[in-house]
Design a protein around this ligand. Structure first.
Ligand SMILES: NC(=O)c1ccc[n+]([C@@H]2O[C@H](COP(=O)([O-])OP(=O)(O)OC[C@H]3O[C@@H](n4cnc5c(N)ncnc54)[C@H](O)[C@@H]3O)[C@@H](O)[C@H]2O)c1
Length: 253
């Protein structure tokens, strides 16, 4: 229960890595606020965490690209919980892996809206509160794609490059406000986005081909990502800021 009482907001918490982080944070005693655009899945995660030992879970249907809605949800959380200690910007999306010239402009705009602009909206909503309350922690879910890009996901890769750069820039500018900003860069894991990343069905052959590029010989799991996030959110990480932690079994070596 090393996160007991910590108030943690996680975007994209209805599935994949976000759901795994929500479960881990709550299991360690945090009170988690779950944001997602997909209401039925969000309700299910909120309900199932509510029935376990540990911290509380409260869900909000929220499109993280909608600045007004993000500000509204943050204001409600501050009213109801008195504050937010940690924000995990996890919601993300990719178009299907394909040659760079085939990606249309609407997909480019969508991938930037969800993966990059949403962090802008969240930052503008939460930083004034953290400046007043004496500090806070932001964790951005990036990707190995932003460190060691590969063909087929050019524009998605570039959004994660932006996430890495803005993580370091925010860390530099906000350190004097006692606000830490770190990123986690997972390698491929099995989530709602796996097929988009592979550019086709998750066949044993396609997965084996990918795993052969990971020195530790397997894909990432939600638990791997949750372990890194729980550490970065904990007091043990109090002197860490501006770092990008690959959770990748050695893929980026
Ligand atoms: N799965 C991987 O292999 C992998 C690898 C590296 C990084 N990532 C990153 O991990 C993060 C989580 O993705 P995941 O793999 O768990 O995928 P996922 O699709 O399982 O989860 C993403 C969640 O974000 C939500 N979401 C999407 N658009 C949203 C919006 N506009 N507003 C609110 N919520 C929205 C979805 O409903 C979903 O619940 C993403 O940032 C992704 O880029 C994933």
């Amino acid at each position: 229960m090393r996160l007991e009482g910590l108030r943690v907001l996680i975007t994209g918490a209805a599935s994949g890595f976000g759901e795994a982080m929500a479960r881990r944070f709550a299991a360690e005693g945090a009170n988690v606020v779950l944001l997602d655009i997909c209401k039925p899945a969000l309700d299910e995660v909120e309900r199932s965490i509510g029935g376990t030992r540990g911290g509380t879970a409260t869900g909000f249907e929220c499109d993280v690209t909608d600045s007004e809605r993000v500000h509204e949800v943050i204001a409600t959380c501050l009213d109801e919980q008195g504050g937010i200690d940690v924000v995990v910007n996890n919601a993300g999306w990719s178009y299907r892996n394909q040659p760079l010239l085939d990606v249309d402009e609407a997909s480019l705009r969508k991938v930037y809206e969800i993966n990059v602009f949403a962090i802008y909206h969240m930052t503008r909503a939460i930083v004034p509160h953290w400046r007043q309350s004496g500090g806070g922690t932001m964790i951005n879910i990036s990707s190995t794609a932003g460190i060691r890009p590969r063909p087929g996901l050019v524009w998605y890769n570039s959004t994660k490059g932006a996430v890495n750069s803005l993580t370091q820039s925010l860390a530099a500018e906000l350190a004097s406000d006692n606000i830490r900003v770190c990123a986690i860069a997972p390698v491929l894991g099995r989530t709602g986005l796996t097929e988009a990343f592979l550019g086709g069905p998750e066949t044993p052959e396609a997965l084996a081909r990918f795993v052969s590029t990971i020195p530790l010989g397997r894909m990432s799991t939600g638990d791997d990502v949750a372990s890194a996030a729980a550490f970065l959110a904990s007091p043990e990480a109090r002197f860490l800021t501006g770092i990008i932690v690959p959770v990748d079994g050695g893929r980026c070596i």
